[in-house]
Design a protein around this ligand. Sequence first.
Ligand code: SF4
Ligand code: SF4
Ligand code: SF4
Length: 574
Amino acid sequence: MVHLSIDGINMEVPAGSTILQAAQAAGIKIPTLCWHPDQAVKANCRICVCEVEGARVLQAACSTPVAEGMVIRTRTPKVIKARKTILELILASHPQDCLNCIRNGNCELQDLAAVYTPDPPRFALAGRRHEVDTSTAVIVRDPDKCVLCCRCLEACNTTQSVFALGLAERGYEAMVVPTMGKPLAESPCVMCGQCIHACPVGAIYEKQQLDDLMKAIADPDKVVVTQIAPAVRLAIGEEVDMTTGDMPMEALVAGLRQVGFDYVLHTNFTADLTIMEEGNELLKRLKEGGALPMVTSCSPGWINFCETFYPDLLDNLSTCKSPQQMFGALVKTYWADKMGIDPKKIYSVSIMPCTAKKYEAGRPEMRSSGQRDVDLVLTTRELGRLFRMSCIDFEHLAGEEFDPWMGTYSGAGVIFGATGGVMEAALRTVYEVATGEELKDLNFTEVRGMEGIKEAEVDLAGTTVKVAVAHGLGNARQLMDQVQAGQSPYHFIEIMACPGGCIGGGGQPLTKANVKRAERIDAIYVEDEHCDIRKSHENPEVITLYNEFLDEPLGHLSHKLLHTHYHPRDKKFL
Ligand code: SF4
Ligand code: SF4
Ligand code: SF4
C-alpha cells in the first residue's frame, strides 16, 4: 500500500493506483473527458490536472501513479485556472450549437462548460470546418464536434477489433477519420454503435427516424404494429427517470399505445421461435453433418463482422434470421391473416437496443413477405425521446396487455437480451428435445456474466456438446480465429457484437461503464425467474404457430420466411 494526502485527507491506496483512482476512493471528484472507466488511459485532454507537491508542472490525475508520501491538491486556484484554459481551448474549435445537438442535456463537454466556462470567452467561435458524414444507413459522424478524446478509437479498434476509425493529420488539423479518410460507408464499420457509447459529445450518433414514425402514425391507411425487443424494457426506464429494470412491462405496452401504435407485440415471441429453429438446426448438424461449430446469427453487427472478416466461415453461421426479421416476415403473413388485416397496410416498426438492426432491416434478403418485412427500426434512445416528446406520465399510467398471437413469451425469450442468453435458451430446449427428459435445473450459470469468453459442456443423451459464448467483437475474433485454424473444440458458439449482449447494444441509453451493463443483466435474469414459462418450446403461441401455419421446425415455410443466407462484404478497405 502507498500512503498519501489528497486535499488534506490522509489515506492509503494499493501501489500502482493513479491519482484519479485515489481521489475516487476518497470521494473527491476530479473532472475527466478522455478518461473512460473500461478503457486504457490516454491522458489526451488534461482536464484532470492536479497539483502535486514538489512537481514542476501540474500532473494529469488519470495517468500519474501515486507515490509514497505524495501530497496532492485537486482544487487550488492554479488547478481551476488550468482547467478553465484547457476547456476554453477545446471550446474555441467546437461548434457550440448545443440547442440543436443530439447530446443536449447529456454531454460531458456541456457539463464541463457549465462548471468551468471562461468569463468572458477570449476566442471567437469557429465556423463549420468539416461536412457531417451521413454516408451509412445508420451511423452519423460530425467531425466538428469531436474533442479528440480517442475513446471511439478504443471502442472500435480494441474492444470491437474492427479498425473502422483512425487518427489523421497533426496539431490543429488532427481528426478522427474512417479508414483511409473515406466516408464511413466505405470503411469496414459493422454499425455496432459502440463508438456512440464511447463518445462524450455529439460527434457520433445514430440516424434519427422519429419523423418517419410520426408520419406513419398519422396516416389513416396504415396499421402501425410494433415489436419490442427484450433488452429495451430493461433499459428504457433510464431514459424516463426510472432505474434500470424498473419499467413494468404493462406500463410500457400502455405507453406505446398512447404514442399511437395500433398493435403492440413482442420480439420475445420470435426469440422463442428462433430457439425452435436454431435448436433443431444444431441437432440436425450434429446428427446429419454440416458446418460445425454452428454459430448464432441473431446479432446483425456480428453478421456484418463475419461477412467482412471471415467470409470463408459463412457456412458456420446458423441460417436463422434474427428474431427481429422473423417477426417482420410473420407479421405481414401469419399475423395479418389471423387478424384479417391487409398486409400492404401494415407498417411494421421494431424497437431495438441495436443500431445494426437499422441496417439489417434494409437488407434486400429481408423481404420474405413480398415487401420490406420491417419498415422502420427505432433504438431504445429514440423510444425514450418519443416518450418524452409525448409527455407520457408512466407514474399514473394503467398497465395494458400485449396484443394476441405474437405477444406471448417465455423466460428463455427474455434472456436473449444478455450475453449467454441465446445459448442458455437453446440448451433448455435442445436438451429436452434431444433426450426426451425434463431438464432439472434450467439455469446454465456457466454462460452468464460479463467474462469475455465463457464455455460449458452439456451431455445430450450420451453425446458431450461443447459450447462457447463471446460478446464484443474482439472476443468473437479470438473464437473465430480458432475455427479458421481448424482448432475449435466447440460444437456451438454464441456471439453477440456488443459487450454484455443486447443490453449493451449501440442503441441503448448511453452508458460509459460496463458496471451498468452488468446491472441490466441482473435485471434480465430476475425477469426470467418470474416467468411462468421458461422454455421456448412451451410457449403456447409458438405451439399454435407450428400447428396452424409452419407445420414443423425447419419445414418448407420456415425456410421461406425464417431463414436466410449471407454474403461476403467488400474488403477493398482492409
Ligand atoms: S457536443 Fe455537447 S457541447 Fe457540443 S454542441 Fe453538442 S451538446 Fe453542445
Ligand atoms: S459503429 Fe462499431 S464498427 Fe462502426 S465505427 Fe462505430 S465502433 Fe466502429
Ligand atoms: S468522435 Fe467522440 S469519441 Fe471519437 S475522438 Fe471524437 S469526441 Fe472522442
